[in-house]
Ligand binder design. Structure first.
Ligand code: ADP
Ligand code: MG
Length: 333
């Protein structure tokens, strides 16, 4: 029997990407020409962000391609959530070692399911051969002047985080230790299938003074808000939202680094004036998403982390930095 001929680049695009998502009225021309033509409505700023996932750096090469499709879009959506932007268009640059139909089908399934939930249209991309790497660029709308920036925190603001922290980092730690077998579905999903907090970001436009998404760990990411805003802060470990698995783990090991410097949470950290607290609680109920008050913005620069016994906690580990000198950073970001 004749072997099926290998898929050409053109076949790949038409088979897997051309109709991957529903279109939108603001897509004047989508996949298929030399460039997409897109229309930004009057009064809207275009929010643009890009993130790359590299095999062996950001994910284990044998991770399920469906969750990889999901995560490659989710981490980008999370950036838009942190800006208070509504996601609209994505482009996808894929570098693949081979054209494996079952891998591609699963990847596309994960990507398109999440795209459909948020009304995102895939409008273009690039397909090349090489070591597995996935780059997604996301585009969103935010009314001019209303984006949530890192630089808006004010002295006296309360600091909040959505959801819960540390599960993704704990899942990664277990996988790295070769203990993937015993990993619960919930914990694995927190690492492999993060849920971008788009709804929260949109509603926080009118409530928060500053926001960031947590990709490199609370300590590092809150640090970016503080630096950009020229302020400092105090947070209390006992107020951090932790699930029982993470709480048990900390009770056993005392390793708060997992929660503060672990990364991959994809929750939002934001600051808001103290008199907005009731509105934030109402929003949290409406979205069925925890928004926990974890500390306050202060004028003294730096981040002070207070242990349950009232003593300062001293970091032993920093947030993930790809270009940190060996020994000064961590390898699990
Ligand atoms: P060119 O050679 O002009 O850059 P390509 O052959 O790379 O064009 O791409 C043809 C069309 O297919 C373009 O519209 C491009 O945006 C789209 N495309 C290519 N790869 C992907 C992909 N992985 N996902 C979505 N669209 C893609
Ligand atoms: Mg091209």
């Amino acid at each position: 029997m004749k072997q099926p001929s290998p898929l050409s680049e053109f076949d790949l695009i038409s088979r897997y990407f051309a109709n991957l998502t529903a279109s939108r009225g603001d897509v004047l021309l989508g996949i298929g020409d030399d460039a997409a033509l897109l229309e930004v409505p009057p009064g809207m700023a275009l929010a643009v962000s890009i993130d790359t996932l590299v095999a062996g750096v950001h994910f284990f090469a044998d991770v399920s391609p469906e969750s990889l499709g999901h995560k490659s879009l989710a981490v980008n959506l999370s950036d838009l959530a942190a800006m208070g932007a509504e996601p609209v268009w994505a482009t996808l640059a894929l570098t693949l070692p081979e054209a494996n139909p079952s891998w591609l089908e699963a990847f596309v399934r994960g990507f398109s399911r999440l795209a459909a939930i948020h009304g995102v249209a895939l409008v273009g991309g690039d397909t090349t051969r090489g070591p597995l790497s996935i780059t997604v660029q996301i585009h969103g709308f935010v009314p001019v002047g209303q984006a949530l920036r890192r630089s808006g925190a004010r002295v006296g603001d309360r600091i909040y985080v959505t959801g819960s922290l540390g599960e993704a980092a704990l899942a990664l730690k277990r996988l790295q230790a070769g203990a993937g077998e015993g990993l619960s579905v919930e914990l694995r999903q927190r690492l492999e299938m993060p849920q971008p907090r788009i709804e929260a970001g949109l509603s926080l436009r009118s409530l928060a003074n500053s926001a960031i998404d947590l990709s490199d760990g609370l300590q590092a990411d809150l640090g970016h808000i503080l630096a950009a805003s020229g302020v400092g802060a105090r947070i209390r470990l006992q107020q951090l939202p932790l699930c029982s698995t993470v709480m048990d783990w900390i009770a056993k090991t005392g390793e708060w680094d997992q929660v503060l410097a672990g990364g991959d949470d994809y929750e939002l950290c934001f600051t808001a004036a103290a008199d907005r607290h009731d509105e934030i609680q109402q929003l949290s109920q409406k979205l069925n998403l925890a928004m926990s008050h974890i500390g306050e913005v202060e004028s003294m620069p730096g981040l002070r982390v207070i242990k349950p016994d009232g003593q300062p906690w001293l970091a032993t580990k920093r947030g993930f930095d790809h270009f940190a000198t060996p020994g000064s950073g961590v390898s699990d970001g």
